[in-house]
Ligand binder design. Structure first.
Ligand code: UGA
Length: 430
């Protein structure tokens, strides 16, 4: 099938590449001319495990190409995915101006049937707006369909998530759109749920909000565990063994970040408000997440007494492992707060240091975790990269000025560390 992927950001690039891997002919479009130039040269603007190889393989096979000419892409494609950014406005709602612009261009340019599929995360009823926008401009009366096909990719495992998803959701209004999307997803072995467009749009926001709720729930439980002398890891394990609850997304820690959960939560709260419902539960989910980040700073303060003039080593800057993404990462708030308190920061992250330098140009970036430890008054773990789990912990102790660890991701065993002589504080642990 011939596909245009409008928007070569994270979602567009990964999805477009994976569709080409399935044998389709994909043209990825972006109005960022520099980005397209780089992609044409084989330079991938983001770090996502396996993406590099897939892009190169499929460009070489001529199934994947890049352009900044949206008109050309619309004309040559049967299916047009809209995967442009929908950034949050001040009040939390999504800015849909790019979606509107793209819909208008498609309507202006098309000369034969097109299936226009919303891939970006959008508020419910966006499909209706796309259709309305296109209808107004479609003076020649060309046949088209609008559909919604939300993505459920996680950064760091996006390719695997695309190829082996739990489910595929397609929101459609016509048999024609349904059968095209069925055909497109035929090579993937996963249940396909067919809904109306509005339900598909809500499934995306509801899923992310539910997962964020699970995290804030266990983070709230972690506070109870600390006060009662229980261990949140054991509590989560006990809860997760119940199939109705499930063990995923029950890791207590420094809070959730990334460009999806925080943004989608506030967008969903706004959507609910516009629909006349005060989604108090989700407002609390947000609040607990903010408190969780502050809680890490509090733990550091409680361990170090005075913060001013101290050096703190930070391991992990990205919002989670296997990505260089630092958008809404807990590390940003926590480091910002520590700097305000007069702390010197030494930091290391396997992939996210270049991006963090743009926000904190004046902290010390180290070549590895041991350099971070060298001379620091305490070590703080903010992302659970595998390489931190496998550190030579005795060497860490020797290098630190004082053997204090605040483990914001519960990667270490408290008993082992205490036996070695650390003053160890995890999240929700004895
Ligand atoms: C999330 C969803 O998981 C995807 O299904 C969805 O497609 C994506 O958003 C999106 O809307 O595009 P992502 O943001 O890449 O994916 O990352 P997650 O793995 O969901 O993690 C989000 C945050 O939650 C991270 O900061 C992570 O550290 C935190 N988290 C996750 C916890 O604190 N505890 C957990 O148990 C799980």
């Amino acid at each position: 099938m011939k596909i245009a992927m409008i928007g070569a950001g994270y979602v567009g690039l990964v999805t477009g590449t994976c569709f080409s891997e399935l044998g389709n002919c994909v043209l990825c479009v972006d109005n960022d001319v520099e980005k397209i130039k780089k992609l044409k040269k084989g330079i991938i603007p983001i770090y996502e495990p396996g993406l590099d190889e897939l892009v190169h393989k499929n460009t070489k096979a001529k199934r994947l190409s890049f352009t900044s000419e949206i008109e050309e892409a619309v004309q040559v494609s049967d299916i047009i995915f809209i995967a442009v950014g929908t950034p949050p406005r001040e009040n939390g709602e999504a800015d849909l101006s790019s979606v509107e612009k793209v819909s208008s261009i498609i309507a202006d340019v098309m000369t034969e049937y097109k299936l226009v599929v919303g891939k970006s995360t959008v508020p419910v009823n966006t499909g209706k707006w796309i259709k309305r926008t296109m209808n107004i401009r479609n003076t020649k009366g060309i046949d088209f369909d609008v559909a919604s096909n939300p993505e459920f990719l996680r950064e760091g495992s996006a390719i695997n998530d695309f190829l082996y998803p739990d489910r595929i959701v397609i929101g459609v209004e016509s048999e024609r759109a349904k059968s095209i999307l069925y055909e497109l997803y035929k090579p993937i072995d996963a249940p396909i749920l067919v809904t109306d467009i509005e339900s598909a749009e809500i499934i995306k926001h509801a899923s992310n909000s539910f997962l964020a709720t699970k995290i804030s729930f266990i983070n709230a439980i972690s506070i109870l565990c600390e006060r009662a002398g229980a261990d949140v890891k054991k509590v989560a394990e006990g809860m997760g063994l119940d199939k109705r609850i499930g063990s995923d997304f029950l890791n207590a820690g420094a809070g959730f970040g990334g460009f999806c959960f925080p943004k989608d939560l506030s967008a969903f709260i706004k959507i609910a408000e516009d629909l006349g419902y005060d989604f108090r539960l989700l407002r609390e989910v947000e609040q607990i997440n903010e408190e969780q980040k502050k809680g890490i700073v509090k733990k550091i303060r409680e361990n170090l007494w005075n913060l001013r003039g101290k050096t703190i080593g930070v391991l992990g800057l990205s919002f989670k492992p296997n990505t260089d993404d630092i958008r809404y990462a807990p590390s940003i708030d926590i480091i910002g707060e520590l700097i305000k308190e007069g702390v010197k920061i030494k930091a290391y992250d396997p992939k996210a240091m270049e991006r963090t330098k743009k926000i904190f140009p004046n902290i010390t970036y180290c070549k590895d975790a041991y350099e971070v430890c060298d001379g620091s008054d305490a070590l703080v773990i903010l992302t659970e990269w595998d390489e931190f789990k496998n550190l030579d912990i005795k060497k860490v102790k020797d290098l630190l000025k004082t053997p204090i660890i605040v483990d914001g991701r519960n990667i270490f065993d408290p008993e082992t560390l205490k036996e070695i002589g650390f003053v160890y504080t995890g999240v929700g642990r004895k």
